[in-house]
Write a protein that binds this ligand. Structure first.
Ligand code: DC
Length: 231
């Protein structure tokens, strides 16, 4: 994006990256609400792709088959609802099974080649909060405000456990912990779009901080960049 295009944006792009369980989704949702910006949950896009591949019975290792399915897949994010070829999959993509498949599916070049440009287009007009693993490093490296939200493994395990229990899924702390560590290794070690602290990002540790405190720190940072809200 050129400087002129950036200057013509109506409002800034804010990115939030970080590991699973750092509190990104909750903070991103609240930040977007307070700023009056659109929220783009990029993880939901990858989860929907995983759901679609499973529905089509396609093995993620079969690249040609994956590409064929992707050619017939559209994903829309609307006010927290995830539509896959017009079907509401918002709830179904949150299962642990889809979560595990997504960490594999999100490493595929065919998947990222298709969805990274779509995410850039969604962000192009500004006034968005993008949340994910590579939004400040790869999708929008020129975003006006970038955050990297982190938390201790202990806190991330507790949060993830509560989230699963809230969905009626029993969660044992040891297996949640190994799942989180496995996910971290996969997200950080992968060749394509690994989880990193993006250049210029403000690192916020949410350990021991409430959602309100995290969002307040983020709003202060947005204000420091001279970004105004839409509302
Ligand atoms: O944030 P989440 O749990 O919904 O993400 C699901 C998976 O998608 C996770 O394994 C990381 C991956 N992901 C990614 O590779 N790139 C993103 N920008 C967002 C999520």
């Amino acid at each position: 994006m050129t400087g002129l295009e950036r200057a013509k944006r109506r409002a800034p792009v804010v990115t939030i990256d970080g590991p699973a369980g750092a509190g990104k989704s909750t903070a991103a949702r609240e930040l977007a609400r307070r700023l009056g910006y659109r929220l783009i949950d990029t993880g939901a896009i990858y989860r929907a792709v995983a759901w679609r591949l499973r529905e089509a019975g396609v093995n993620p290792e079969e690249e040609q088959a994956v590409r064929r399915v992707l050619d017939e897949t559209t994903i829309d994010l609307r006010d927290g609802v995830v539509l896959l070829n017009g079907r509401d999959v918002t709830g179904e993509i949150r299962s642990p099974e889809i979560g595990a498949l997504t960490s594999r599916v999100s490493t595929l070049a065919a998947v990222r080649e298709k969805f990274t440009p779509i995410q850039r287009r969604l962000a192009a007009g500004g006034g968005v909060v993008l949340e994910g693993r590579d939004t400040g490093s790869i999708v929008c490296p020129d975003a006006e405000v970038k955050f990297y939200l982190d938390a201790s493994v202990e806190v991330r395990v507790i949060r993830r456990q509560r989230e699963l229990e809230g969905q009626g899924i029993p969660a044992d702390p040891d297996s949640v912990r190994s799942e989180i560590l496995r996910r971290d290794r996969q997200d950080m070690a992968r060749a394509l779009a690994p989880l990193v602290i993006p250049a210029g990002a403000t690192v916020i540790d949410s350990t021991g901080r409430s959602v309100e405190e995290v969002v307040r720190l983020m709003l202060e940072e947005v204000a420091r960049h001279g970004c105004s809200t839409r509302s």
